[in-house]
Ligand binder design. Structure first.
Ligand code: HEC
Length: 95
């Protein structure tokens, strides 16, 4: 009897994982690469960026001045900058 319960619990956890993964990949499709970089590199400290606050040079300064608060590869940084400096609605446009 107990084992049946355990099996149900394990199945449930498995199902949740599958559902979670598919929701996750849907969200990822709606995001631009730059947004994904923001979420992983900046999101812990800045949940909602105001992208209109700086121009390209300003964002470069912000990223440089953060120094060791995060590490970012040149490619990620390029994509992040592209997103930060683009003004189109990020959730309605595909990358
Ligand atoms: C470990 C936490 C942390 C991370 C990660 C982080 N920041 Fe910050 N950020 C801060 C703190 C603290 C401040 C305020 C103090 C300062 O300006 O140095 C700040 C300030 C800022 C400001 C305001 C600067 C101004 O002059 O008004 C912006 C914009 C910003 N961060 C963007 C970013 C972006 C973009 C990233 C990711 C690439 C990022 N931050 C990653 C902690 C973080």
């Amino acid at each position: 009897m107990r084992w049946a319960k355990v099996r149900i619990a394990v199945t449930l956890v498995g199902l949740l994982a599958v559902v979670g993964a598919s929701i996750g990949s849907c969200v990822a499709v709606a995001w631009t690469p730059g947004q994904r970089v923001f979420r992983s590199k900046c999101g812990a400290c800045h949940p909602r960026p105001d992208r209109t606050k700086f121009d390209r040079a300003g964002w470069d300064r912000v990223l440089d001045s953060h120094g060791r608060r995060f590490t970012i590869s040149p490619q990620d940084r390029r994509q992040l900058m592209k997103w930060l400096t683009s003004r189109d609605a990020p959730r309605t446009k595909k990358p």
